[in-house]
Design a protein around this ligand. Sequence first.
Ligand SMILES: [Ca+2]
Ligand SMILES: [Ca+2]
Ligand SMILES: [Ca+2]
Length: 307
Amino acid sequence: MNPSPAFSSRTMKSLMVGLLASSVAHAGISRVVLELQVSDTSGASASWSIDVGVGQRDAATDSYDWILAQPVPIEDIARGEVVATMVDCSLSVEGTNIDVNFTLQAGSRDTTAVLTTGLLEFGGVEDSDQQLGRATAAISVTDLNGDSALLRGLGTPGTGAFRARFNDGATRFTTLVSQVFVGAFSTAAGFQNDPAVGYRPVNSTTVLSMDSELAFSLTKFDLASATTTFDFIGPRQFQLFNDGDMNCDAIFGINDIAGFVTALIDRDSYPTVYPDCLADLADVDGDQFVSVGDISGFVTMLAAAAQ
Ligand SMILES: [Ca+2]
Ligand SMILES: [Ca+2]
Ligand SMILES: [Ca+2]
């Protein structure tokens, strides 16, 4: 994994001079892959987000995973108040499938939480009658303070706490699990699928993007846990991340050389310079390491892109 000390970005750039960029169509994920906003009945509020660069990409399956290493207090800094605690959380994206799981504990007041995934953007899928979707949500609630517990979807009564969405949140594919109630020191779960079995047509116009959102109120001190999937399939296949696209602008070419070099010789600084992209995209030979062994493949790709 360690780069050769003789290798420098200047050497690399001189190798690449004169090669031209070309366009590669693909899907993409937005820089912020998870965002949580919480507030409570006293008016305290806080937010928390995860950038794409901290997760892991598996080149073989074009999938992306991030998992929370340890519980995180979501704190209103100005008030010095922990509004909620994210106990565990994970995000997995494979193709056009988004899985989000989390466990959140409310603070000392009734709490409202909105957890949104990043957008998977497709650049326009128009034949929507051929697009199929599926969503599932299992949401459990545990009373920890002996006075019962209630989780309820935000918005119009009956709206599910889990929302599977298209087009920057503007179109809902479905909402699932509107309410879960449980008595003292107990746990209960709500579970819903849409459709009951298999997939159903999306019935939307042009599909530009998908995401999922969990938006709910939760009684103080209590615990909510969710396992969710939103899956969208159609005649087109999408590439989420592209080998060698080191600045994640969906174009492969000479503008990716600097990022490739940074990933290779100064990996620790890569997320700072390219917060919306992944150093692992420099693993163009797919051996799970970014190393000097990737240089020849990267150069070959640049030459091909310049044709
Ligand atoms: Ca309670
Ligand atoms: Ca690029
Ligand atoms: Ca490699």
